[in-house]
Design a protein around this ligand. Structure first.
Ligand code: SAH
Length: 232
């Protein structure tokens, strides 16, 4: 069996375009998850939806690896902006990612470091990163950056309280799955990259912006990933 790339999104809106534009050859179910073996514009690949948050993302990712032995994993989806240069619709391609809500400071571990380990920042595969960066999205910018991941939907009104996300952790955008994908891929030695379109600014308007825009802007991540597939 030749190894195929795998694509994961957290929500239906993040994988809908893949299912619409590609041809589903076979479906595989495991617990509540469905894995689609597909042909997308002539490229065989596997697409699946994880659901939201780090635990479901980790489950999906590990099962994908065990069952399909993918050549690489690409996460496709939306995120809240932390970096003020980002506009809604712009895209962040992960240079690296980190779990911002792991906090063992009381025991002397820096924020984001898994306690009693040196695991914190997970680097995306350079080749996948560069292929994603060479894509094009009409009317929007594609930036390389750091993705921060945690099990909270961020709508911070008081920037001061969360300034560590920018100042200490140097995050460009915030979401709920990427750091789990990074950790699982790192443990399994599978190359990965995360492609996130900005759906909101993780601020007081985030819930409203996200609800209105996530299915529209998710198309930018799809566009980049579909440009990547023939180049893998
Ligand atoms: N669809 C759900 C909530 C989705 S949670 C509902 O309406 O009930 C938000 C999803 O988008 C997560 O998968 C996360 O990765 C991403 N995301 C977008 N903006 C975010 C933000 N401001 N904070 C955290 N995650 C965000």
């Amino acid at each position: 069996m030749s190894r195929k790339p795998a694509i994961i999104g957290a929500m239906d809106s993040e994988i809908a375009m893949y299912l619409e534009h590609g041809e589903v050859l076979q479906e595989h179910s495991w617990h509540e998850f469905t894995f689609y073996e597909m042909n997308l514009n002539g490229t065989p690949c596997i697409v699946s939806k994880s659901g939201i948050g780090k635990v479901l993302a980790a489950m999906t990712c590990q099962h994908l690896i065990d069952k399909f032995e993918p050549s690489e994993i690409i996460f496709t989806g939306v995120a809240g902006a932390l970096n003020t240069k980002l506009d809604i619709g712009d895209v962040i391609v992960s240079r690296d990612c980190m779990q911002h809500d792991i906090d063992g400071r009381a025991l002397g571990f820096p924020r984001g470091t898994i306690l009693f380990s040196d695991k914190s920042l997970f680097n995306a595969d350079e080749r996948l990163h560069d292929i994603a960066m060479s894509a094009y999205v009409d009317g929007h910018e594609i930036y390389s950056g750091r993705i921060l991941t945690g099990d909270q939907f961020f709508t911070h009104k008081d920037i001061e309280e969360h300034s560590y996300l920018y100042d200490e952790m140097n995050g460009d955008c915030i979401e709920m799955e990427g750091g789990a994908i990074g950790l699982v891929c790192n443990e399994n030695k599978i190359p990965f990259v995360i492609v996130r379109t900005i759906s909101d600014k993780a601020d007081g308007s985030a819930a409203e912006d996200f609800s209105k825009l996530h299915h529209l802007v998710a198309g930018n991540s799809y566009s980049i990933v579909s440009q990547m597939l023939p180049k893998l």
